[in-house]
Design a protein. Sequence first.
Length: 233
Amino acid sequence: MQITVAKKAGFCFGVKRAIDIAFKLARDTKKEIYEEITKIGYKIVDATCPFVKKAQKRAQTLKEEGYQILIVGDKEHPEVQALLGFAGDDAIVLCDKDTVPPLKKKVGIIVQTTQPVEALKKIVCHVISEAEEVKVYNTICDSTSQRLEETKDLAKEVDIMMVVGGKNSANTAQLARLSAEICPRVYFIETTDEIKEDWFNGAKKIGITGGASTPRWIIDGVVKKLKEISVKR
Ligand code: SF4
């Protein structure tokens, strides 16, 4: 079996940066600091991804400029919940399947960093015909769009797509949905234990991708297991 791992599979820039910050802190923190922390309170280190911060800043600016804010994204996602804190009480969250409610004259649109651009386009098209003034900030992160494009290309080339990552990860689920639109055999797994040998019957080319929060060692584990299956054939 020929196994191809998407170049963008696994940790994105923002997640890698946050993890590096956490490891560096753990390395640099002297033991005495624990005592100090209990005495003076917590030290806060903000490892929020700069792209997420940028979206928060955009939300704040739109609010200050008097726009009614529309966030394209998933209401339950922590990033959107945090954005709501910046966007104010009358902000509305919509996904591309939702109906756009009546809006004020000035509408400002921002988007969850991991949404597909098609969702943003759909909502913008609708709002443009309703509101008098529309300001749009495309806050989608490049890493997400590149990962989606790469997954699309890989899914066209292979017999089976393996999508690796947390079942509760929105961007990994998105990769699985996109793969399933193109490739007839898609398996969405969290760990190598889920892999079954008979999935690969008759398959010659396997593609592997993973979400922004999927650790590289899990992807490497999947590759190792597929190689083991391959040599048995
Ligand atoms: S997906 Fe993009 S916005 Fe989200 S953490 Fe990664 S780099 Fe940052």
